[in-house]
Design a protein around this ligand. Sequence first.
Ligand code: FES
Ligand SMILES: [Fe+2]
Length: 370
Amino acid sequence: MSEAVHDGRTPPVAVWQILDAMKGDELKQWRTAPVENQPAPEERGLDRLPFPFGWFVVCYSDEIAVGEVKPLRYFARDLAIWRGEDGKVRIMDAYCKHLGAHMGHGGKVSGNLLECPFHAWRYDGEEGVVKDIPYSKAIPPQVKRKCTRTWHVQEANNFVWFWYHPEDAAPAWDLDHYPEATDPDWTAFDRYDWIVEAPLQFLAENAADLAHFKYVHGTATYPDARIAYEGHRRTGLVEAKLGTPRGQVDGTITNGNNGPGQTFSRFAGISETLLVVGMTPVENNKLRVRFAFTQPKDQANGPLGNLAKALIKDILKQFDQDKVIWDRQRFVEQALICEGDGPIGELRRWYYQFYAEWKGATTPPAQGAA
Ligand code: FES
Ligand SMILES: [Fe+2]
């Protein structure tokens, strides 16, 4: 992910001209449209990267109402999500053990259970067992015990999150709560969506990739980013000149990762802004990305409201610019890092801890071993 920095573009980059020509709905559609002539994931080396484990955004809390069932696809799996009458959200593997219906399409909420649309078998979302078969006197023993995968689900910051781990290990850390996200003095989330045809690692590497700020984002200088790692956390502090309609303003951006899937940025200087980022893998070459911005209401509706809007626009533009690269980038295992690149190698070593399949290796396992 990128930071807001001074827009001092000098040489025109073809990509910018294409992006600049798109406005409103056209740009919005471009952000989630499939990329044409895309090579297979293996050709791009993307099959070499497993899914990282951690907490990931499922959806906004207001996208799943009490009594509602929806289909989901994340981590190359089909899932069903529902909110029980007790208000709790549950997620389960989508396919019914009986005759294989996808329960996210037409399933119903029965109390807190998920009822299959085909023959009404009712599943408990915590235990992963069938609790009731309305037309039968006996529940087969195979589905009386845990028979399907259930997922750890939590709500925080107006989002629904779930824990992904390839071996179904229990959550290894807690979600972060951002007080601004639920503060009545801050605006409701201003929301933006992308589909990026890349693995999540590419987006993580962006923060440590200092040279690209000049060539992709047109900054006049390379930002001075201080990045620190501690266990599953990464924190960054960027002091940068922010481009505004009123000229350059000194700004600070603090940002961080709580594992690979929970990311935030806080902007100060031009306007106070919290950006919550949700990035969830769908396939190994496809991510769903959500940006949710909130700002103090006083500021958003006050005389500097336009500056606050301009900051958001600048952040979106930078993400659009990065997307053009990520959508077509290959995974280069032995990246040829040179002086001035920034700590990309360090970022990768930190990131590889989230690949459970690699069992602690800090370089990709030999071909065919993973
Ligand atoms: S397929 Fe689900 S109840 Fe029959
Ligand atoms: Fe970037």
